[in-house]
Design a protein around this ligand. Structure first.
Ligand code: PLP
Length: 377
């Protein structure tokens, strides 16, 4: 039987919901529909579910339940972390050059500083040190990159920041990291951590920002004062319950999944590099998350390749943005120093909890032929 995710290699963009998350959320869409801020039985049922979910999320991320602020996804969590930390325009934010736009654009729009990375995507620690002036309120460095998969040396970064700019807080966008690394451990010195449910088997439009006790984040949304005044708006109870259920399973099976998916990813990339001339890996596998394969295919336009793959039932991604009528390589590949011509052959193949050997076989059955067709041989 063909599954819904057969041929799906875009798990970094979104994942299907885990059945357990669907089951967990259903009652909160129907019989337990109360507003958790109310003062009656229906409200208390919803509030209890929120509390239980908060505990699960906190435990998975190495935080206290009171630290968890539920948001409407990763973008909102990232925005809240940066905007909420800057407080006034005299304070600055600093981030790496390969952050997701949900961080990068906020930092740039508020006059912050963008720190270069090396050819693997690792932040330049010397440049970071030079940027850590007393007006820096927040340093935002993602735990794992969404495009090329690089894991940042967060411990070294936090050591540097606490030495050079002790009043600055560290934010890490862990949206792509949750399925593959122990966020509770690696981000234990970050005061702010963003996650997004739809990257690990939860629903879209729900996420969380960890705000550690003692860290002040000014709210962006004002209103009913929910989430301890840090994020007004009636909570998405069903979404939060589903996120917690998905996160619990994700953390529980992570070690096994990292091994399984690493083997799939390695077979995929090794075969491509060995059998198709002009295919190279963008970033060393030791430096990145298990679910990410990122290759450069010489002499091929990725948009055309994606079209052929799509026709053959394969969903993949190229991270190029169409700017001013011309295709520009992504800001991530530009920051890594990948030259323009090579960047047009960039292909991201991301794997996840539903990826199988059959998917990899299928991809290996169509990708070399599609490349040959576009090269005209
Ligand atoms: N941060 C990273 C690293 C991401 O990959 C994404 C989504 O692609 C986001 C933030 C935004 O999350 P959401 O889609 O929940 O707004």
């Amino acid at each position: 039987m063909r599954t819904a995710t057969a041929g799906y290699f875009d798990w970094a963009a979104s994942t299907p919901m885990r059945p357990e998350a669907v089951d967990a959320m259903m009652p909160f869409l129907t019989e337990h529909f109360g507003n958790p801020s109310g003062a009656h039985g229906a409200a208390r049922r919803a509030a209890r579910a929120l509390d239980e979910s908060r505990e699960i999320v906190a435990q998975a991320l190495g935080a206290e339940p009171g630290d968890v602020v539920f948001t409407a996804g990763g973008t909102e969590a990232d925005n809240l972390a940066i905007v909420g930390s800057i407080r006034s325009r005299e304070y600055r934010a600093v981030c790496s050059a390969i952050e997701h736009h949900a961080v990068l654009d906020v930092v740039v729009a508020n006059g912050g500083r963008v720190i270069p990375v090396d050819s693997s995507g690792i932040i330049d620690l010397e440049a970071l040190e030079a940027a850590l002036t007393p007006d820096v309120a927040v340093v935002s460095v993602m735990l794992a990159n969404n495009e090329v998969g690089t894991i940042q040396p967060l411990r070294r970064i936090t050591r540097l920041v606490s030495k050079r700019a002790p009043s600055a807080v560290i934010h890490t966008d862990a949206v792509q990291a949750v399925s593959w690394v122990d966020v509770a451990d690696l981000a234990r010195h970050a005061q702010l951590i963003s996650i997004s449910a739809h990257k690990f088997g939860g629903p879209k439009g729900v996420g969380a920002l960890v705000v550690r006790r003692g860290t002040r984040v000014h709210p962006m949304l004002l209103g009913g004062g929910q989430e301890r005044e840090r994020r007004s708006g009636t909570q998405n109870v069903a979404g939060v319950v589903a996120m917690a259920a998905a996160l619990h399973i994700t953390v529980d099976e992570r070690e096994r999944e990292v091994k399984r998916v690493t083997a799939l990813r390695d077979r995929l990339v090794d075969t491509m590099v060995a059998t198709v001339p002009g295919v190279t890996e963008t970033v060393d596998r030791d430096l990145k998350i298990a679910g990410n394969a990122h290759i450069l295919v010489a002499g091929v336009e990725n948009e055309a390749l994606l079209f052929l793959l799509d026709r053959a039932g394969v969903c993949a991604s190229a991270a190029s943005a169409c700017a001013s009528g011309a295709m520009d390589p992504s800001h991530v590949l530009a920051a890594l120093g990948v030259d323009r011509a090579a960047a047009f052959g960039a292909l991201r193949l991301s794997l996840g909890f539903g990826s199988t050997d059959v998917d990899v076989d299928h991809l290996l059955g169509v990708l070399p032929g599609a490349i040959a067709q576009l090269r005209g041989n």
